[in-house]
Design a protein around this ligand. Structure first.
Ligand SMILES: Cc1cc2nc3c(=O)[nH]c(=O)nc-3n(C[C@H](O)[C@H](O)[C@H](O)COP(=O)(O)OP(=O)(O)OC[C@H]3O[C@@H](n4cnc5c(N)ncnc54)[C@H](O)[C@@H]3O)c2cc1C
Length: 382
């Protein structure tokens, strides 16, 4: 019997575990370790925070019936076992590292803000927002996807609040016309934009910027994502940002029995340079990681990852949205969708995301852009 332990049951971990179980090899046992029994639909955390649909889902029906769920946190990964926070150890033949991401470290005083990157922060906002009186100021820090979606969602649900979005730029990576369209939509939704501003600190009464103090009754931190330090703490090879380093098949570069998937992983540039932290990448990485583990079990050479992206779908409240079509390398194409149609498409994408993990065996994804030349140090030691 081969025992595969999956650490983390988010998008990548659930997809990987289900695909391993769905292949139905009776000699493969799959155990998933996750700190909570429910599934957290992180792509709905801004809705959850603003008092809309809950991001917390029953896991029943989402995990394959043959997958065992162990509710615990992995504290350390050793050569062939993991140590859990309840003191127990779990032996593995293969390990799938799928611990995802969290909020990147914020500016000084970040403890006075709610992070939108995790459930604890979103829960806290869900409790605070209804208690604010009309005219109270909510300041969202960060002009990336999560900041844009969060500011728009709060403005949509709470039109009596003053919502401000503070950032150097809004959707700064998109073409000028797309940026202008998103900025216009945010303004129409009632979000005040403060761009060209650098945040240097957060206080209980406001946000400190290079242009002065911005008073705030409720501050939301929507900066970039960081990753848990489990790989680093366990002595595994990590990139500068703490992501587990893998070869192009997703096998850890110096541990042939560990395979990494999702946000917490840094594959080599020639297959992964274009992959931003997203469930759009995490789910196919989970499926590919499962295929890699199955190949290793069979004594075959795993295939390199080939994963293309299709677009960026942004919700702007419940009745508006913006979809930027992209090439497979995530660069913008000329085609965009906006308005109510985009909001409907985005909602469908969210539903399909969860549904796809149930059909893990048949799941297929877009091939990646033409790979560049492999780096010499991206070859795994097996
Ligand atoms: C508000 C918001 C909106 C977003 N919208 C989109 C979107 O529209 N499209 C898109 O593609 N992406 C979106 N994302 C990003 C997306 O949610 C993440 O990229 C995705 O969740 C990554 O999947 P994952 O499986 O790698 O990690 P996660 O979903 O983060 O799952 C990781 C799991 O591992 C568990 N874990 C962590 N440490 C341990 C440990 N030591 N032991 C055991 N378990 C552990 C965690 O508790 C978690 O359950 C959004 C994110 C946010 C916050």
């Amino acid at each position: 019997m081969t025992h595969v332990v999956v650490v983390g049951a988010g998008y990548a971990g659930v997809m990987a575990a289900n695909r391993l179980a769905a292949v139905g090899q009776s000699d493969v046992r799959v155990t998933v370790v996750n700190p909570r029994p429910e599934f957290v639909e992180r792509i709905r955390l801004h809705e959850h925070a603003a008092g809309g649909a809950s991001a917390v889902q029953e896991r029943r029906g989402l995990l394959h019936r043959d997958v065992r769920l162990r509710v615990a946190t992995v504290d350390e990964i050793a050569a062939r076992s993991v140590r859990l926070d309840d003191g127990a150890a779990l032996d593995f033949d293969y390990l799938l590292y799928a611990v995802g991401s969290t909020a990147a470290q914020g500016p000084p005083g970040a403890e006075y803000a709610c992070s939108i990157a995790d459930l604890a922060g979103a829960d806290s906002l869900r409790g605070q927002l209804p208690r604010l009186s009309a005219g109270a100021r909510v300041v969202v820090i960060g002009g990336g996807l999560t900041g844009i979606e969060t500011a728009a969602e709060i403005a949509y649900r709470y039109p009596s609040l003053v919502v401000e979005l503070v950032s150097q730029s809004v959707a700064g990576w998109l073409p000028e016309s797309s940026r202008a369209s998103i900025e216009g939509k945010l303004a129409k939704a009632g979000v005040r934009l403060r761009t060209g501003v650098r945040v240097t600190g957060i206080r209980p009464d406001g946000v400190v910027t290079d242009t002065g103090l911005l008073p705030s009754d409720c501050t939301v931190w929507a900066g970039s994502f960081g990753v848990p330090d489990l790989a680093l703490r366990s002595g595994l090879p990590v990139a500068a940002d703490g992501r587990l380093r893998t070869d192009d098949t997703l096998v850890c570069v110096d541990h042939g029995r560990i395979v990494g998937v999702g946000d917490a992983v840094a594959p080599p540039r020639h297959v992964g340079e274009h992959l931003r932290m997203s469930c759009q990448a995490a789910i196919p990485m989970g499926a590919h990681g499962a295929d890699t583990v199955l190949a290793l079990i069979r004594g075959e050479r795993p295939e390199p990852l080939s994963l293309g992206l299709a677009g960026q779908a942004i919700s702007l409240g419940r009745r508006d949205g913006f979809i930027q079509a992209t090439h497979r390398d995530d660069s913008a194409r000329g085609f965009v969708l906006s308005g109510r149609v985009a909001a409907v498409v985005k909602e469908r994408v969210c539903r399909f995301t969860v549904a796809s993990m149930r059909f893990s065996r048949a799941y297929r994804w877009l091939p990646g852009p033409t790979p560049t030349v492999p780096e010499p140090n991206s070859i795994a030691v097996r």
